[in-house]
Design a protein around this ligand. Structure first.
Ligand SMILES: Cc1ncc(COP(=O)(O)O)c(C=O)c1O
Length: 384
């Protein structure tokens, strides 16, 4: 039984504290969808049903929104980066170039967007970033600079690079004084939720009961939460936010009731979720809209990877990486870890529960991934 923890959040009315100048961006639900639908490479990503896994786990239906092939890149992050680049060019057509920091997916997404728009692009990555993830970014034509430190150090370096060069920083996390672009990135992710709203209409499932979202800095999960609570005005579906046990900045912040950094080792195989501090914009949305925060051991991500990439007979194959599998990993932990039994009860997970998960990435470090799948490797903890 792996390490795990949880916080049940007794939410009140959903009224997140969003700065007045940022709120219209957050509440602009249609624009990103119109933009993405207009791109030649656009098609809605699949919403798949895992009937046999649902049977095995004793729940009603497991639905997986599979983002592993969005716009030919390997993760959902492209929705935010592409929309932000588009909006940036509208307001600043003479922009010299764009830069960001990333654990992999957002950087590849921004490099893709830069290439589409003929912009030069510089991407900062933490020191332990897998070679394959660096190569994916470089293959899109961006310059990659490897930081000496972790994700938060890479963010600081990208910020300084932007200041020195005049490049526009297109970062998917926010802090005091840097809100607008992260808000546009978050809005970009709404496209996925529009698709789900339409796709669930064609299914014979009456309603979704529980949604699992995995968090790094929190921008992407905040897009899911805000869409559900504000745009759909659905206050009853239970939303669970999942983080790695060893990289739990949002969980820690909710616990302290203030923006805080993780106190843990940041040694986790879920690289896309390995961030030291949450996005200031995302934090209030998550704490207002999420019902439970759960932190889970890497072992649950390995189990989830196996269920998705080597499915039970009759279930579809879903190519899912370590961070992509984290939503299912959260569900597995809640079902199997005795310490989380009160959370299972709170969420009322039963044989009729309909559960929505997101595979947020494809396999992005194939060599290591194969070792994980074949059980040859347990931990990918970066050493400092
Ligand atoms: C695959 C994957 N899933 C989920 C997330 C979480 O998104 P956020 O950092 O916006 O919380 C990330 C972040 O990069 C990611 O790469």
């Amino acid at each position: 039984m792996g390490a795990a923890g949880y916080l049940i959040n007794n939410r009140g009315e959903y009224a997140p504290n969003i700065e007045p100048e940022i709120e219209p961006i957050f509440n602009s639900f249609e624009n990103p969808y119109l933009f993405h639908k207009g791109l030649p490479e656009y098609y809605p990503t699949p919403l798949t049903q895992l009937n046999h896994l649902s049977g095995l786990l004793g729940v009603g239906n497991i639905l997986v929104k599979d983002e592993g092939r969005r716009f030919g890149t390997s993760a959902l992050k492209i929705l935010g980066a592409s929309f932000a680049t588009h909006e940036l060019l509208k307001s600043n057509p003479a922009v010299k170039g764009i830069c960001t920091a990333t654990d992999g997916n957002h950087g590849r997404a921004l490099a893709w967007s830069a290439k589409q728009n003929g912009l030069s692009c510089v991407i900062f990555v933490p020191c332990h970033t897998a070679h394959s993830r660096i190569k994916y970014i470089a293959d899109e034509g961006a310059q990659v600079i490897v930081s000496q430190g972790r994700y938060d150090d890479a963010v600081a370096e990208a910020k300084e690079y932007a200041r020195l060069t005049g490049y526009a920083l297109v970062q998917d996390t926010s802090w005091a004084g840097y809100l607008e672009i992260p808000a546009i990135i978050t809005a970009g992710y709404y496209t996925q939720m529009h698709e789900i709203s339409q796709q669930t209409r064609n299914l014979s499932i009456p309603r979704i009961d529980i949604v699992f979202v995995q968090a790094g800095v929190g921008s992407w999960p905040s897009s899911v939460v805000h869409f559900i609570r504000k745009k759909l005005n659905n206050q009853t579906v239970k939303i669970v936010c999942v983080e790695p046990y060893e990289s739990d900045a949002i969980y820690e912040s909710v616990k302290q009731n203030a923006l805080a950094g993780t106190r843990k080792s940041q040694k986790t195989i879920m690289a896309g979720l390995n961030c030291g501090t949450p996005s200031i914009l995302a934090f209030d949305i998550l704490r207002q809209g999420v019902d439970a925060f759960v932190i889970i051991d890497d072992q649950y991500a390995i189990d989830a990877i196996k269920y998705l990439n080597a499915p039970l007979p009759g279930d579809p194959y879903i190519a899912a990486g370590e961070s992509g599998s984290a939503g299912l990993a959260g569900l597995l932990a809640i079902l199997n870890n005795d310490m989380l039994a009160p959370l299972k009860q709170f969420l009322e997970i039963k044989t009729k529960s309909n559960i929505l998960l997101f595979n947020t990435e494809n396999v992005t470090d194939p060599e290591y991934f194969n070792q994980l799948l074949n059980g040859n490797k347990k931990n990918h903890a970066p050493e400092f």
